[in-house]
Design a protein around this ligand. Structure first.
Ligand code: SF4
Ligand code: SF4
Length: 341
């Protein structure tokens, strides 16, 4: 399997990597089987987070006896030294390891300050001195924070959403990381499920030799799909470029990336799904959204109290309450025609 160098970390990782967020949704034994099969098939890089409930524990169970052969990155969103210290200790325990290859600050709203003695960075520097952490990176969904992270010189890697809907500014981040010899880890390569041609998504990212995508994997068929694309060494073709052009046309403008950073919602609205319902209805099998359960979920939008908490937290600057109202209207029109299909 193709390997790449993860920037100045000098870590050698497979260009096809395993995003371990979705394994939260499957049983322990199924997750262990899936992770182990990924490892046995040649994948050596696994990305998780303290926040992904039991994901670290499942990775630990699956990989503890081959620890020296894999690269593991995890994250903490802790905002002070003590919390991050606790998270690192917990990660080491759950992962059944005595070191983390790459620790990442998990989507901070502002850059952590390495000179603050009580801040999250202090815990990370201390852990690095003690050998618990080998490299320090950052993840983010906000362009200005990502840009500032690159400029700061304090991080060895950047994890950022990246797929063929990337804007010129997103592409600039990839170029800047390359210039600064920072590893670029691509999350949301399928844009949270909105992109449905995996081959096009894979081929697009293959163009960038400094980018490693972490594909979220929950099912055996998803693993098979990425392994098959890696084995075929898929690159862009005129046909795939047409798919990409069509996706860009259909999903142009502001759309919800399903990142979930707007939550919690005072009205218990499932914003990451509801705010992109129009696209889901047209780009994935729509039948499941015609259920009573989904009808009720979508109609929670009527209970929105317009507190604007979601809007203020959205890293993409979306007017989330307005977007939800539009989605509900579209959903109701679609439902009227299709709910008996
Ligand atoms: S504005 Fe509406 S959708 Fe947004 S958090 Fe408040 S209640 Fe929820
Ligand atoms: S509305 Fe914004 S914050 Fe919420 S899920 Fe969508 S993109 Fe993310």
């Amino acid at each position: 399997m193709e390997m790449i160098r993860l920037g100045c970390t000098e870590l050698r990782v497979t260009k096809t990597a395993f995003g371990a967020l979705p394994i939260q949704r499957i049983s322990h034994s199924d997750a262990v089987k899936l992770i182990r099969r990924a490892y046995d098939s040649g994948i050596n890089y696994f990305d998780t987070a303290n926040m992904y409930t039991d994901s670290e524990e499942k990775l630990g169970s699956a990989l503890h006896d081959v620890r020296q052969n894999v690269v593991i990155s995890t994250k903490s969103g802790g905002q002070d030294k003590k919390t991050v210290q606790k998270h690192i200790e917990q990660s080491l325990r759950m992962l059944q390891t005595d070191y983390i290859d790459l620790f990442q600050f998990h989507n901070p709203a502002d850059l952590p300050d390495p000179t603050d003695p009580d801040g999250p960075f202090a815990a990370v520097l201390e852990a690095k001195r003690k050998g618990y952490i080998r490299h320090i990176g950052i993840t983010n969904h906000r362009l200005p924070v990502a840009k500032a992270a690159i400029d700061s010189g304090n991080f060895e890697t950047l994890q950022f959403p990246f797929c063929h809907l990337a804007s010129e500014k997103d592409l600039e981040l990839v170029r800047q990381c390359k210039e600064k010899d920072m590893g670029f880890i691509a999350m949301k390569g399928l844009s949270g499920g909105l992109l449905n041609n995996a081959e096009a998504c894979y081929a697009f990212i293959q163009q960038y030799d400094n980018v490693v995508p972490i594909w979220g994997i929950q099912h055996e068929w998803e693993l098979d799909q990425w392994l098959e694309l890696a084995a075929r060494d898929v690159h862009l073709t005129p046909e795939l470029e047409k798919v990409i052009a069509q996706d860009r046309k259909e999903l142009a403008g502001d759309f919800c990336r399903s990142c979930g950073y707007c939550l919690p919602c005072a009205a218990d609205i499932d914003i990451p799904q509801s705010a992109r319902m129009s696209a889901l209805l047209r780009r994935s099998p729509y039948e499941k959204y015609m259920s009573d359960e989904w009808h009720e979920k979508m109609h929670r939008i009527e209970n929105c109290i317009h507190c604007n908490a979601c809007k203020s937290r959205c890293p993409y600057g979306l007017d989330t309450p307005a977007l939800l109202q539009k989605q509900l209207k579209d959903y109701d029109e679609f439902y009227a025609v299709h709910h008996n299909d």
